[in-house]
Design a protein around this ligand. Structure first.
Ligand code: SF4
Length: 330
């Protein structure tokens, strides 16, 4: 298999909080790979660090430590034109199609906006107009939409404009941050299908951030589960959903709707709130909410527990569920 497009190793990021002596630890040793043309789902409760990770990969935040390799390049060493060129390669689609588009700009102006800072791209007006029309076609809106303003479109259509804007710079990766959560169910399916078609056509990789597990199951090839700044389980989507190895993943998945009755299980209710990232628990970060916690979980960071049957499926836990034959349904 070829090298992953994106390799993240032990990435850490913390923030100073005014009036507090502790730093807020948003990312605590994130390691992940993203292959070309695949979709990696990123799930977890709000505040788990998904958005900080997205911002760091977009180069909007600088990590405290750790490494990122994008197509063999360390993007944090780039400056000036090289950095600008690199930024083109990772784009974002935002959650709220109402707030993310400037209501005073036409669809054509919104889509062409990224080319203002990438002056070499579509500098000629005729090329630019043609490319805008091409992108509008690509996202299913058609060239007639070019002169309309955001308020003249429905939510789903606005999100299509957001996707066209992300595509304008021919990226290799698009970070989709809850891209359908503000849309009606029927429209969600249309936008997800569009993302799927674009991936098949253009070979783009997606990092798909969502709290909606059924959406992630539908779109992701692999899934990483985040809890309090760490990835506590990752693997192929089916493995993570159907045979979770970490108690937190099992609790999340037990709440996800399942069509296949053989895969249904009793809902695992978690007690308590996610602890503050200003003062995370010692040992395993999940221990304050885990029904399987032992003394060791309070003193020692958990090791990687590998699923013996599924390549690339691993969890961070002292007492992984699969080792006890629990919850494995596959
Ligand atoms: Fe629970 Fe311990 Fe595993 Fe953490 S290491 S998830 S506390 S059993």
């Amino acid at each position: 298999m070829s090298e992953p497009l994106l390799q993240v190793r032990d990435l850490r990021k913390s923030f100073r909080v005014p009036g507090n002596k502790n730093r807020l630890c948003a990312l605590d040793g994130i390691t992940l790979d993203l292959n070309r043309g695949e979709t990696l789902g990123l799930v977890g409760e709000s505040g788990c660090g998904k958005s900080t990770l997205a911002r760091t990969l977009m180069m909007l935040e600088r990590p405290d430590s750790g490494t990122v390799r994008f197509d063999g390049i360390d993007p944090y060493t780039l400056r000036g034109k090289e950095l600008l060129k690199f930024r083109r390669r990772v784009q974002m689609v935002f959650q709220d199609p109402y707030a993310s588009l400037n209501s005073r700009m036409s669809a054509a102006e919104i889509i062409a906006e990224p080319w203002r800072s990438h002056k070499g791209m579509y500098a000629n007006r005729k090329d630019r107009d043609m490319r805008v029309r091409g992108l509008l076609d690509l996202v299913g809106l058609g060239a007639k939409a070019a002169d309309k303003y955001p308020q003249e479109f429905s939510g789903g259509q606005r999100q299509r404009i957001g996707i066209a804007r992300a595509l304008a710079l021919d990226p290799d990766v698009i970070i989709c941050d809850e891209p359908v959560s503000a849309l009606d169910l029927s429209v969600q399916a249309q936008v997800l299908n569009l993302l799927n078609d674009l991936q098949a056509q253009l070979g783009i990789a997606y990092i798909f951030i969502s709290h909606d597990l059924s959406v992630v199951r539908h779109v992701a090839d692999r899934v990483s589960v985040m809890y309090l700044g760490r990835i506590i389980e990752n693997g192929p989507t089916e493995a993570v959903f159907d045979r979770p190895n970490h108690p937190y993943t099992a609790a999340l998945m037990s709440a996800a709707p399942k069509l296949d009755s053989a895969l249904r299980q009793e809902r695992i209710l978690l007690s308590g709130e996610v602890p503050s990232p200003l003062n995370p628990p010692s040992g395993c970060r999940f221990r304050t909410r885990c029904w399987k916690a032992t003394e060791m979980c309070a003193t020692t960071a958990p090791p990687h527990a590998v699923d013996p049957d599924i390549d690339g499926h691993a969890a961070e836990c002292h007492h992984p569920l699969l080792s006890e034959g629990m919850l494995a349904t596959a």
